[in-house]
Every structure is written in structure tokens, then in C-alpha cells.
Ligand binder design. Sequence first.
Ligand code: ADP
Length: 500
Amino acid sequence: MKGRREFLKLGAGVAAMGATLPLAAAQCGQAPDWHSEYDVVIIGSGFAGLAAAVEAKKLGAKRVVVFEKMGVYGGNSTLNAGQACFAGTDLQKKLGIEDNANLMVQDQLKAGRGLASEALLRASAELGPYVYQLTLDCGSKYRDHIITTGGTSATRSHQVIERSGAGFIQPLLKTAREMGVETYNRHKFDHLIRDEKGRVIGVEIRRGYHFGKEQSGEVIQVRATRGVLMATGGFGYNISFRQAQDPTLTSEVGCTNAKGATGDGLIEMLAAGATPVHLSHIQSGPWASPDEGGFGYGAGFALYNFPHSIAVDRTTGLRFMDEIADRKTRADLELQRRDKDGKPNPALLIVPKAEAKNDPSMEKVLKYNVAWEFDSVEALAKHFDVPLKPLKQQIADWNRYVDEGHDPQFGKRMDAGRGIKLTAPFIVQRLWPKVHYCQGGVQINPKAEVIAAATGQPIPGLYAAGEVTGGVHGVSRLGGCATPECLAFGIIAARSMMEA
Ligand code: ADP
């Protein structure tokens, strides 16, 4: 299929000339040799991409395609504890939790420290109950227990029974396919294709691509009549790019991400003139364990147990943070735990086994040596070389705070701990943050249209959703808030494309 019009292929050549050059200065090429044509072309098969695919089909799109560069679908969206903050759900009501979208937005604005976008947060939070229902309709199953994540004023983190993002991804993928969405793995997006007016009209794809062999596969050109959605995720695994934004994030800092989180979609959009926002705000997960690779089992264990447990510094035996403060606050404080030579000395999360055993994560962390069990404070202190007296006093003080419902040390929300005391036997996990989420990316408006730096206006035909976008969360993203946002903006992008 041949296109009639002249086109612009925005890639390395154009990038070298400067992302914000007027279009007339960009390279002009031959008319595309279209391999195939779709209404909606989606790049990336994480939360954002798959939610968009399902919603586009719901709205009547005939031809929808998802291209995924890796051998497996789901990206980073599978690598998390399967939690999503929704405000105002039936499950919250059943558990007697009062909450609403406005409260959720206020919590997120606070964590964003003045840099978050209220308009984008509101668009996402208000769609929460719809998103929750869509996941249920696709087949996700939630636990009855809702988790209190850091920095929230109401308990709202709903968790799928798998306790992993796969509990969202698999049902979404299955539903999308049943609805007729075409999905192709090992298909890597390389470039956007634009017409002479600058509208994005298609993409260049490497079919049969193998990750790590950048020139592998055959190049095809795919037409998008309604739009292209970039849902390509973050850049946590692109060490040189992330270090350019934040020099402290060297290769020595661990990362929870899937290997494909290299930011190529983001970089291509920047080459096409998209506005970069907050690229240096890269979040580390305060629940990560240095005793395993990647996201691991420790994250789920810590997330479940933070509300009713304490984290102590090994050199003092004392707490040093509100264990459910926002992520940045905790990660920064954890990174300050050092021995006398300044070397990392990961903090200890001390958990009462009596409560930990109610969550399946305990079995995993014990089995894989990510946490250990101790019968007494003495045994714990001896094993980790923690001063016994202050540690004993700290635990006694903590248990008094539980009784009094007030934490004078760090102002922790004591209702989140549900009156659970810290008593032996204990399960202990070490804590050391890992790069987890890029708050920065391209600027979008509340319709998920990508904004051009040169004009402040949408780039026609180009949409973005999920971690590849920036500015939604500002300085610190609250736990459990990426999943609903990625899903919501995928849905919003699909609606915008179907309206266009
Ligand atoms: P989000 O949570 O924002 O949806 P994820 O990281 O879960 O993001 O998913 C993004 C997906 O996009 C990953 O599966 C990743 O492999 C895929 N991806 C990234 N870059 C490309 C690309 N150039 N072509 C095709 N797929 C890509």
C-alpha cells in the first residue's frame, strides 16, 4: 500500500538537527510503503498500552494493534506488587473506608512538592472507579484486604490476588485479544512517520527484533489513521540516560525494572519535538531489598508490613523515619544509613511474625533468604550487630505508641497499623532503595495529547500514556498510584483517538 503524500521520518537524522527545528528543516523522504494499516497503533504492552487497546475496541475501533519489542508482554507493569490506589470503590465502602478522588489528588499534590500537575492527577483520580470496574470486567480479582501505602490519608491501595502486576496484565491481554486486538511481540518501534503538515500518520517497526541486537529484524511501515499511542514506559535501565538526568544513579544503584525500560520511545518523541518534563525526578523504591535482584519478593513483604512494623538504623538501634511516609522521604533517609566508613549499612525492617504470616509474601522472603526469623530481640540484635539496649527501648516505645494511637517520634498514621503490637518472633528484612520509576517524560495534556516544545500545542496524531509521560506526579509518586494512572491515561488516549 503506497501513501500519496510526502512524509517526514523523524529519527536520528532529525534528532541530530535539533528536536525543535521547524518542520521545513526536517528531512523529507519518499512516500511510505505501508505494510499494514490500523485505526489505532499502540506501542508498548504495559498497563497504558493494554488499557488503551481494550478501551479503543469498546469504543468501536475496528483495527487496533499493540507492538511490543520484548519477547514477553507486560513490561514493568508485571513487576510490582499488583496494587492500585482507587478512591471511592465498593470494596472501600464495604470495609468502612471513607475516601474520594479529591482526597487522593490532595495526597498526591503534597508528595509532588509543588511540581505535580493537578489537572492530570484529577483526570486520573476521577476515572478511578471506571478503571477499577474495567479491570474487574477483564477478570482481575482483588483481595479483601486494602493496603495503606505511604503518604496517603485514606487506605486505598487495592491489591490483586496474585500480588503482582500480572494480575492486571494477563486479564487485560486476554480481553484485548478476545476483542480482536492484534498483538505482536519482538516488534520494536523505531520511528514516527509524519506527513508534510507534521501530523503523525504511522510508525516504523522492526519486525522480528531481538532485544540487544539493535539492527535485528525487518523494517516495516505501519499506518495509523486515528493516531499513535506511545506507551513505552520508563528509562530506569538506560544507565547513561538516567545518569545524565541524575548523576547519583550510577550502574551501582540497583533497578527493579524490566530490561526493556530503556526509554527509546521517549527519546524518539523528544526527537520529534515533544516537551521534556521532570526527567531528573527518578524514584527509588524504599521497600527494596539488597539481598535479591530486581523487584523481588522483599518489596511485597515490606509493603504489606510497613504499617505495623518499624525500620531501625543498625548503628543506633533506633527508628529514623515514618515507615509509611512518601517514597522519596523514605528512600532518601534509607540511603543515609551508613557505617563509620560511610559504606551502605541497610536499615532493618522488623516485623511481627504473628501478623506477617497472614500474607503469603512471608513464605517467599524466608524461602529465598530475603528475610530471616528471630525468636527474640537478643538474637536479632546479635545477628545484625545492633546495640541491644536502645533497640529494646525502641520496641517498647513503639508498642506504647500502638496503645496510645500516636507516634510522637515521626507522626506515623497509627490507624494504619490496626493496633498490631511488635512482639517476638520477628521477621527481619534489610532495606536499600532501587531505581523504580521515572516521574519524568514527555508532556501531555488531560486528553493524553503530546505537547510540542516549540508551540505548546499538541503534535497531531501523537498520544502518550503511562511512565513515558512526565509531570503527573512531580517530585515523589505515591505507592500504588502509577498503575491507576497508566491505566487511566491509556483509556483517555483511546477516547481521544476515537473522538479525533
Ligand atoms: P507503562 O506502565 O507505562 O504501561 P511498562 O513499562 O509497563 O509501561 O510497559 C511499556 C512496554 O513498552 C514494555 O513492555 C516495553 O518493553 C515496551 N517498549 C518500550 N520501548 C518500545 C519500543 N521501542 N517498541 C516496542 N515496545 C517498546
